[in-house]
Each structure stands twice: as C-alpha cells, then as structure tokens.
Ligand binder design. Structure first.
Ligand code: FA5
Length: 356
C-alpha cells in the first residue's frame, strides 16, 4: 500500500508554488538573467523542487497517478510561464539600466549640430546651366558615357587616321570592338539626330573622359552639349544662345571672346574663351599667361555629319557647342586648380552656396 496520496501531492505542489512565488518576488526587485536561470534550475532543473515531487509518482497508487500527474503538470506549467515572464522582465530591466547609465538621453528630441550637407559645385553649376537652357526652350537629352567609336568619332567626321583623334585620347574597351569611354558629349549629336527628325533643340550634360591632368584638365570631366537643327539656323542664332547663357552665369563681370578653331564635325568651327578670373586678363599661371581660359568649342554642323545620320543638309542647317561644366564652375567660383573638384575634400566641397 502506497503512503503517498493525492492530498500529499497537492500539499507539496502548493508548497512548491508558494516557495516559487516568494523567490520570484525577491527577484522582481532586481531581475537578472542569471537570477532567473538559478530560479529555473531550483524549481524545474534535474534536482529541482518540481522534479522531486515527480519522483513521488512511483510511490502513489496506480489509480491516483493520472490525477497526481495533472496536479504536478499544472504546477510545472505555472512555474514555466512565470519563468518566461521573468526572463522578459530581466531583459527589459537590463536595457533600461543601460539607458539610465548612458551619458546621453536618446529619448530627447534631436538637437541639430548645425552641420548641413551641400551639393557638389559641378552639380550646382549643371543645375544653373540647365535652368538657363530650359528658359530658352531646350529639352534635356541623355546620352551614353560608354559608346561606339562610330558615335564618338566616325560619324562625327573623324576619319580613322585623322590627327584630331590624338587630342582626345581615351580608353578603348578591348573585348568590345571599337567601344570607347566617350571623349566629349558631341556623341549625342549622332544619337539625337538618329532618334529624332529636325527641328530639334536639345541640351545634354554628362561625364566625359580623356588622358589629361593639369591645373585646368582632369581625366574625368563634365561637358554640356547644345544642339539646334532647323531650317535657316545661322551662326547669329548660336551667338545669341551663347551670349544669353554666359551673361546669366557671369553677368557683365567677365569678357568673352569667340575665335576660329577646328573640329571635324563643324564648319566653320570656333572656340569660346572667358577672361581669366584669377588675373582678370593680365596673364597668370592658371591661364598660361594668356589672360583667357577656353570654356568650349562650337560651330555649324558639318554636312558630312548630316549625311551620316540621313538628314537633308540642303534643307537643314544647325549649330552645336560643347562647354566644360567644371571649367565654368572653376571660373564662376574662382578656383585655382580644377582638380580640387574631384579630390573629395569635404572642407573644400562644403563651402559652396546652394544658390550659386
Ligand atoms: C570638344 O570636346 C568638342 N566636342 C566641342 C564642340 C562641340 C565643338 C560642338 C564643336 C561643336 P574641346 O576638346 O575643346 O571640344 O573641349 C570642350 C571643353 O571641354 C573645353 O573647352 C574645356 O572647357 C572642357 N575640357 C576639355 N578637356 C577637359 C579636361 N581634360 N578637363 C576639364 N575640362 C576639359
């Protein structure tokens, strides 16, 4: 005959539960993961108090065992869920403790340090230029930076062995026959005319690449190309557009001059120089003692270019010009060295006003 009855089991279960409740409230004042684990081992572990009631099962009559099991399981699950709650409380307590000890109160609203981001001067300059072109009714046309020789050179009337190619040395992509990093934005003249029949009035800013590096040249630089094709377009129209946008950027501050020059894709061709901001035309090392800095090339579209894209050169005429955005920024902001723009010096880059 067994000496352990259901009543004994129930009494022991009640005692274990009240012992647990006592220790739980002691822990609640200062909950820690370690304390919760110790409590779990003390009650649910191999030698824990719940386990020792379980061991009584073998001394209980067979008939009472199911009921005894229920009593013990009820106590076990009460303690298990209380342990889980305690674990969560201990975690929260720890986080709160860390927050309380932190040197700053991260729940306070953010106080601005006054530091502001700024736009890159080339971005600022590009935006200003595009704004002026939009006012004149131009739309923006985007062209590829990696392009076929066909668009960058051949269709622009650069014969394969023409010395003009030497002035625009660039990367040729080895595995793709005749693919280049474009040397100028003039490649968009071909793309635009192949995509759209005249009349056409587009402007295209973008990155360009050449084997260059000195005070006024960088290997990667930015140009903005302007292309107008229609009936009866003259050099006078071109000069009007150039004067208008240069005036918008430089005001009457600096003098400009137009002089003849050669580009295979225009006839006649020329270049625009701006008075050197550094010496105001007197001559210094930035302008190689000339008093002027070149900002771009220009000209009337060559009939060979119209032929390459299937535009009737008897019916249409047009002009194009391509200016260095970085060079314009250099003059506008009075920079001593164009390479400063691409050195990533935050102290330098942070000085530019949002509105140039
Ligand atoms: C051209 O690139 C012609 N595509 C311009 C053109 C367009 C002529 C349409 C006729 C009709 P050029 O090589 O001169 O031309 O370059 C134009 C401008 O780009 C220069 O005046 C200068 O402002 C800028 N530039 C050229 N090379 C560099 C460089 N390495 N770094 C910075 N700016 C440069």
């Amino acid at each position: 005959m067994s000496d352990v009855t259901l009543n004994t089991i129930q009494d022991q279960a009640n005692q274990v539960e009240s012992a647990f409740a006592e220790q739980k409230s002691a822990l609640a004042a200062n909950p820690s993961a370690k304390g919760v684990e110790e409590l779990r081992v003390a009650f649910l572990g191999r030698k824990g108090q719940v386990t020792s009631i379980m061991e009584q099962m073998r001394n209980i009559s067979k008939d009472d065992r199911p009921e005894a099991g229920k009593i013990i399981n009820k106590t076990r699950s009460k303690i298990e869920s209380a342990i889980e709650e305690l674990k969560a409380e201990a975690e929260e307590f720890l986080i709160q403790q860390k927050l309380d000890q932190a040197p700053i109160d991260i729940s306070l609203p953010v106080q601005s340090s006054g530091a502001k981001g700024s736009l890159h001067p080339v971005t600022l300059m590009r935006r200003v230029l595009l704004k002026e072109f939009r006012k004149l009714g131009f739309t923006v046309y985007d062209g590829p930076e990696v392009d076929l020789d066909l668009y960058n050179f051949s269709s622009l009337n650069f014969k394969d062995d023409h010395p003009a190619r030497d002035m625009q040395d660039t990367f040729f992509v080895k595995d793709f026959d005749k693919t280049v990093l474009r040397t100028h934005t003039s490649n968009i003249q071909i793309h635009a005319l192949m995509n759209q029949q005249p009349p056409l009035r587009v402007v295209s800013p973008g990155r360009t690449y050449r084997c260059d590096s000195d005070l006024t040249h960088t290997p990667m630089f930015h140009q903005i190309e302007c292309l107008v094709v229609d009936q009866n377009i003259s050099m006078g129209d071109m000069k009007g557009v150039i004067d208008t946008f240069l005036k918008a950027i430089f005001g009457d501050d600096l003098e400009t001059r137009l002089r003849p020059s050669y580009f295979p894709f225009v006839e006649p061709g020329g270049e625009v120089d701006l008075q050197c901001v550094s010496c105001r035309g007197k001559g210094c090392r930035i302008c190689s003692q000339t008093g002027w800095l070149e900002i771009g090339g220009l000209g009337m579209i060559h009939p060979n270019v119209f032929e390459a894209v299937g535009v009737d050169s008897e019916r249409y005429t047009g002009f194009a010009f391509g200016f260095g955005i970085d060079r314009i920024a250099m003059l506008r902001y009075g920079l001593q060295d164009l390479r400063q723009l691409f050195e990533g010096n935050q102290q330098f880059l942070g000085q530019f006003p949002i509105q140039p």
